[in-house]
Design a protein around this ligand. Structure first.
Ligand code: RB5
Length: 153
């Protein structure tokens, strides 16, 4: 069963619990990196855990939830080979896979309702990358990451 790394801060904790159940229903194994209750925590601590697992290639896909999804997006897109997509609607979830090959789905737990969130997860998990002209664009992002690593910025 394919593993999916998942984590949230307190703004996304409840939705994370629902998404874990849903992932199991549709045939995935969620690997939960926390948080484990509603107590206030700092979203970078949880975003980093999932981004590390995906960046290293330990797990191919991740899902992160904070209040808006903005904080988690900022954190994960600092990691090499991580393409985090904040998708609070189904169209963005579909295109974020087809065109961007996003490997971390980010949701706003205070933005989307439970029903829409499950549709977004289902769409994002089941949509394949189109490749072709979109691969050339991802290659440019990879080149940028390499330059930054070498001290270009
Ligand atoms: C926490 O209150 C909130 O700031 C956080 O969940 C997230 O929305 C940050 O981007």
């Amino acid at each position: 069963m394919e593993k999916v790394a998942i984590a949230a801060d307190h703004g996304g904790f409840e939705l994370k619990e629902d998404i874990k159940l849903f992932l199991k229903e549709i045939g995935y194994e969620p690997v939960d990196f926390g948080t484990h209750n509603n107590n206030s925590v700092d979203y970078p601590d949880f975003g980093i855990k999932v981004a590390e697992a995906v960046s290293r290639g330990d797990i191919q896909k991740g899902i992160l939830i904070c209040g808006t999804g903005v904080g988690m997006s900022i954190v994960v897109n600092k990691f090499p080979d991580v393409r985090g997509a904040l998708c609070n609607d189904i169209y963005t979830a579909r295109m974020g896979r087809k065109h961007n090959d996003s490997n971390i789905l980010i949701l706003g737990g205070r933005v989307v309702g439970r029903g829409i969130a499950m549709e977004i997860v289902n769409t994002w998990m089941s949509t394949q990358f189109d490749g072709g002209r979109h691969q050339k664009r991802l290659d440019k992002i990879k080149e940028l990451e390499d330059k930054i690593r070498k001290g270009w910025i």
